[in-house]
Design a protein around this ligand. Structure first.
Ligand code: SAM
Length: 275
C-alpha cells in the first residue's frame, strides 16, 4: 500500500512519483471520493476510488487488506497533505502492516512543514501539536501544559476558532514569544505574517480577511528559563538531602512561594547531578 501525500491547495504540488503511483495502482482509498476525483481528473487519472474516512476506517481497511491479499495494489490519500497527519490513515496503516503487507510512504505536501519552512524561526526544536481540543477548559489546560515545552509549537486551526485560540495563546503563553500566522498556504490568498504573540489578537481583529481560510500557527520557543535565586536553591537542596524529589519540591514551594513545577524540574536536575 502506498501512502501518498497530495496538495494542500495548489494542485501543481504533487510529485512525479505520486502521479506515477496513482496512475499505476488498482484502487485509490480516499477521505472524500469527490475531492480525490477532482485531483485525479485534473491529472487525467482514471483509477477507481474507495471512501475511507474516520467513520468507516476499520471496515474500509479490512476491504483494502482483502484486495492486497488478491495481489492488488492500493494508494491511500487524504483530502489534503500527508495522510495520518491530523487526518485519517494511521489505523489503516497499522492494520495493513499487521496483516503483513508493505506500506510505502510517498512524501510530499504538509501544511505544518510548509509553514515552518517559511516561518524563519531559528529554534532548533519544534513540537507538532495539530488541533487543540475544541472545549475551552481542555484547550486552556493543554496550552498551559505546552507553556513549559522548550520548543517552537505548531498548531492547526480552523477559521471559526482562530480568534479564540490565538487569544488564548497570547494570554497563556510567555509574552516574549513570537507567532507566525500562515493562512491559505499555496493558495491565491496565501499570507504569512510574523509578529509578537501579544499583538496577534489585534492583527486578526484588524481585517476580517485575516480570519479567513485555513491556518497554521507557529509559536516560537519560550525564552530561556532564568536561574533560581540562591536562597530558593539552598532551601531546595537542603530539603532534597532528606526527602524524596516530589516532597522536597512541594515543601520548597510552600516555604519560598516559588512555583512547584519549576522547583520539581530543578530538583530533578539536582538529583541527577548528585547521582
Ligand atoms: N494532512 C494535512 C497535512 O498534511 O497538513 C492536514 C489536514 S487537517 C484535517 C487540515 C488542517 O491543516 C487545516 O485546518 C489547517 O489548519 C491545516 N491546513 C491544511 N491546508 C492548509 C493550507 N493550505 N494553509 C494553511 N493551513 C492548512
Amino acid at each position: 500500500m502506498y501512502v501518498v501525500a497530495t496538495p494542500i491547495g495548489n494542485l501543481g504540488d504533487i510529485s512525479l512519483r505520486a502521479l506515477e503511483t496513482l496512475r499505476g495502482v488498482d484502487l485509490v482509498a480516499c477521505e472524500d471520493t469527490r475531492h480525490a476525483r477532482h485531483l485525479l481528473d485534473h491529472h487525467g487519472i482514471k483509477v477507481p476510488t474507495l471512501a475511507l474516512h474516520q467513520h468507516n476506517e476499520n471496515a474500509a481497511a479490512d476491504k483494502l487488506i482483502r484486495l492486497l491479499g488478491e495481489g492488488k495494489s492500493v494508494a491511500l490519500v487524504s483530502d489534503a497533505g500527508t495522510p495520518g497527519v491530523s487526518d485519517p490513515g494511521a489505523r489503516t496503516v497499522a492494520a495493513v502492516r499487521t496483516a503483513g503487507f508493505r506500506v510505502i510512504p510517498l512524501p510530499g505536501p504538509n501544511a505544518a512543514i510548509a509553514a515552518l519552512s517559511a516561518a524563519g524561526l531559528a529554534d532548533a526544536r519544534f513540537l507538532f501539536v495539530g488541533f487543540l481540543p475544541a472545549k475551552v477548559g481542555a484547550r486552556r489546560t493543554a496550552i498551559q501544559e505546552l507553556a513549559g515545552v522548550d520548543a517552537a509549537l505548531v498548531f492547526y486551526e480552523a477559521p471559526h476558532r482562530v480568534v479564540e485560540t490565538v487569544g488564548e495563546l497570547a494570554e497563556l503563553l510567555q509574552p516574549q514569544r513570537e507567532i507566525v500566522i500562515a493562512r491559505e498556504l499555496t493558495k491565491l490568498f496565501e499570507q504569512i505574517e510574523r509578529m509578537p504573540l501579544t499583538q496577534a489578537p489585534a492583527w486578526l481583529a484588524a481585517d476580517a480577511n485575516h480570519q479567513r481560510g485555513e491556518f497554521v500557527l507557529v509559536v516560537s520557543a519560550p525564552p530561556p528559563r532564568e536561574g533560581m535565586d540562591a536562597e530558593t536553591e539552598r532551601v531546595l537542596a537542603t530539603l532534597l538531602a532528606e526527602l524524596p524529589v516530589r516532597q522536597a519540591a512541594k515543601l520548597a514551594a510552600e516555604i519560598t512561594g516559588q512555583p512547584k513545577n519549576a522547583l520539581y524540574a530543578r530538583a530533578l536536575e539536582l538529583k541527577a547531578q548528585d547521582l
